[in-house]
Write a protein that binds this ligand. Structure first.
Ligand code: GSH
Length: 212
């Protein structure tokens, strides 16, 4: 039996769960999953009984150690994974990757609330409020800058797949699900994320009846 249990929400709609799940998958470790239904009604009793912060994703290590918040989970697997890359090696690039990841983790409130992630279903383009437009423009700015700077190193934000891509993967599904028009360079980046084997495995386990 594995030492790791990842507690997550409904795969089709739980964007933070997707980030934490991509982080543990990248580590190539065995893990158990516990699914907590967040929709249509949140199973608060189960959520609060199983997680210290009442949030998914939460990683349980052994019987009594917990790591919560998707970025903390990703950092934990970075720390324990000797030969697997989670951040760029270069210090300046790593600082850049950490900055855009932290920006995702703490911001983009309009994008998150007006365009909830729903991996499998399609929705009409929402009304473009100034806050939503600001968030979408900022994501496009971040991704474009990264792709322009690091394209020679690979297909992802910092060339090689990193925590930054895990943090922004749910935004790829938001853009696709709500038909947001994107520059070609961003379309290409979105396709690279969707083609990742780990992302494809997540999609296979999504239930389209779980609605965002
Ligand atoms: N910043 C946190 C956010 C976690 C979060 O808000 N998760 C949502 C589900 S996607 C949740 O647990 N909601 C239940 C609640 O807030 O009661 C992370 O990165 O993990």
């Amino acid at each position: 039996m594995s030492n790791f249990t990842l507690i997550i929400g409904n795969k089709n709609v739980s964007s933070w769960s997707l980030r934490g799940w991509l982080a543990i998958k990248h580590a190539n470790v065995d893990f158990n999953e516990i699914l907590i239904n967040l929709r249509p009604e949140c199973e608060y009793d189960k959520l609060n009984a199983l997680t210290p912060a009442g949030k998914v994703p939460t990683l349980k290590i052994g019987e009594d150690q917990f790591v919560w918040d998707s970025l903390a989970i990703a950092e934990y697997f970075n720390d324990i994974s000797q030969d697997i890359s989670y951040w760029p090696n270069d210090i300046e690039e790593r600082a850049h990757a950490r900055s855009v990841s932290a920006e995702m983790n703490s911001g983009f409130v309009a994008l998150r609330s007006i365009m909830p992630m729903d991996c499998l279903n399609k929705y009409d383009r929402p009304e473009m409020t100034s806050d939503l437009k600001k968030d979408i423009d900022r994501v496009i700015e971040i991704w474009s800058e990264c792709r322009n700077k690091y394209a020679a190193k690979g297909s992802f934000l910092f060339g090689e797949y990193s925590i930054a891509d895990m943090m922004y993967a749910p935004v790829v599904f938001r853009f696709k699900g709500y038909g947001i028009e994107l520059p070609d360079v961003i379309e290409t980046y979105c396709s690279a994320v969707i083609s990742l084997p780990d992302v494809q495995e997540w999609l296979e386990e999504c239930d389209p009846n779980d609605k965002g």
